[in-house]
Design a protein around this ligand. Structure first.
Ligand code: GTP
Ligand code: MG
Length: 520
């Protein structure tokens, strides 16, 4: 057998690269010019890559800050607040790329509403066919929770058994009894099934764009077990979507560091333009569905559960569906896209007249993403652990038996007890306090989901202090080094309040940092 040779006449690559024998003088000159340009571009890419590696390297004196916490806790939203504070021009560069995320959030929410209505309709048909109404009502209602949020409380997990369970009765039946207690019918059958069928038909072309949008955002990457039809994105996705539109080969420089004038001259993405037109044409239908008495009734009775960002964008649909819609900063803060792996962001932070480079790591919080965190623990200076306290009535998408507060406490235990992190400055954000307040105002009872809450008063102050006490207890029990835990009650979509807190955190990290560096 002949061994292939680079110089072989038969080598397919050499043959393909060989100029045609009929090449004229001017064609040759053109070819050589093209080859020289290709070489220059390739060398520029190598140079950009080298610069990028150099830029990302943590130097002595830099601060390394990790944002940790479960999925949907608000880490990327907090990262956006850092960006707004320390690199506001980069938000401008990215602004247009958030349109596709927001359209995806809207389309996905509409699909969830229509699917839930359909499931409810089916369950009513089942009920009509079955003599044992009680048992069927229970099972059919559980089937309704298509967004991964189950109404069923989790059995106590190992962590909370160790640390004093929040959920006093394993497999407790309060939420279950809440589900079975109400048998009144607020399903679609009582509120104009023909109207809903018509809306479903008219909205179907818009809903059919969900997969394309997901593909555009994720770059075709799907994450197994992501449930709920979620889309995960890697660091630098904004620049990649822009590059895709330009149909240009992405370079390392555009992946990590969009050029200054980037967003201004981006040609419109045909897919996004098409969806914008559909949204405009469907705006009245979306309004009709959103204000439909059946939808309102099901939301009120919690037979339909919507994520906070769904409600936000549906409430603002007339603005989102308007021609030439450009996301506001508030829209960007409310947009939801899941982080895959670990995304690094670099900021120059002015601390009392001295510029310090901060490397901020925003991690993916879903259970399947947590193994990617550990390599970043080494030489970290500080952690902001983000725990959403509004999640007391929610269960993990990854494991619907686990209450989300319970999961946050387990994760916080792991962070506090990790040997690599034992000297790291620790900050706790008890986040989504605005949503907690709204849930309590609506009358949601904490004790129905967390039985150990007992007969305490269901007011905001009692509830947040109760959760805070549990996190403090975890910290106390895993605090060999007697480090301080700095706690803040936050709503990281609130820019003014969050930036004030970021200022406090920056000063406290810097004080600890100076002390540990023995500079004071
Ligand atoms: N109302 C309200 N919404 C919030 C708050 N914090 C985050 N959100 C919203 O919650 C959703 C999830 O927030 P993200 O920042 O994407 O969550 P994450 O922790 O980065 O999630 P992963 O990337 O999956 O780990 C987004 O739609 C945010 O706008 C808050 O304090 N209040
Ligand atoms: Mg994130």
């Amino acid at each position: 057998m002949r061994s292939p040779s680079l110089y072989s006449q038969d080598d397919p690559i050499s043959a393909a690269l060989k100029p045609p024998s009929s090449e004229t003088e001017s064609e040759r000159a053109f070819r050589l010019e093209q080859e020289a340009e290709a070489k220059r571009v390739s060398e520029q890419i190598d140079e950009d890559l080298r610069e990028e590696r150099e830029r990302l390297k943590k130097r002595k004196g830099d601060v390394k800050l990790l944002l940790l916490g479960q999925a949907e806790s608000g880490k990327s939203t907090l990262q956006k607040q850092f960006q707004l504070m320390y690199k506001p021009h980069s938000i401008e560069q990215e602004r247009s790329s958030w349109t596709s995320v927001i359209y995806f959030n809207v389309v996905h929410s509409l699909k969830h509403i229509l699917n839930t209505l359909e499931a409810w309709d089916d369950s009513l048909d089942d009920e009509a066919d079955t003599p044992d109404m009680n048992s069927v009502a229970t099972s059919s209602r559980m089937k309704l929770n298509g967004n991964g949020i189950s109404d069923q409380p989790s059995p106590s997990t190992s962590l909370m058994e160790q640390n004093g369970s929040l959920n006093g009765s394993p497999g407790g039946s309060l939420a279950h009894s809440e589900m079975t207690a109400s048998t009144s019918n607020s399903g679609p059958s009582s509120g104009g099934p023909t109207q809903i069928a018509n809306l479903r038909r008219r909205l179907s072309p818009l809903i059919a764009t969900e997969a394309q949008l997901a593909d555009r955002l994720s770059g075709g990457i799907t994450v197994s077990g992501s449930g709920k039809g979620s889309v995960y994105v890697r660091s630098g996705w904004q620049a990649r979507t822009i590059d895709k539109i330009r149909s240009k080969r992405p370079t390392a420089a555009t992946e990590k560091k969009p050029r200054e004038s980037e967003s201004m001259d981006v040609p419109p993405d045909p897919l996004v333009q098409e969806i914008a037109q559909m949204l405009q044409a469907c705006e009245e239908d979306i309004q009709e569905l959103w204000s439909h008495p059946t939808v309102k009734g099901m939301l009120l009775k919690r037979r339909l559960k919507l994520d906070e960002w769904s409600e936000f964008f549906l409430k603002h649909i007339s603005r989102v569906a308007s021609p030439d819609y450009i996301p506001t900063t508030d829209d960007i803060l409310h947009a939801r896209i899941q982080t895959m792996g670990v995304a690094e962001h670099i900021f120059d932070v002015n601390i009392h007249g001295k510029l310090v480079t901060w490397h901020l790591y925003d991690v993916g919080g879903a259970r399947g993403q947590r193994h990617t965190w550990v390599p970043y623990f080494d030489d970290a200076n500080a952690i902001i652990f983000v725990a959403p306290v509004s999640a007391f009535d929610q269960y993990l998408e990854e494991d619907p038996r686990v209450n989300r507060i319970d999961d946050s406490l387990q994760l916080f235990t792991q962070v506090c007890s990790n040997a690599l992190l034992k000297s790291v400055h620790l900050v706790l954000f008890l986040n989504k306090t605005d949503l907690l307040r709204a849930k309590l105002d609506k009358g949601l009872k904490v004790r129905k989901y967390i039985t150990s809450f007992g007969e305490r008063s269901n007011d905001y102050e009692t509830v947040v202090q109760y959760f805070r006490a549990h996190f403090l207890q975890v910290h106390r029990r895993n605090n060999e080094n007697r480090r301080v835990l700095y706690t803040h009650f936050t709503s990281v979509v609130d820019t003014k309040a969050t930036q004030r807190i970021i200022g406090n955190v920056r000063d406290s990290i810097f004080r600890g940092y100076l002390q540990s560096a023995a500079l004071v």
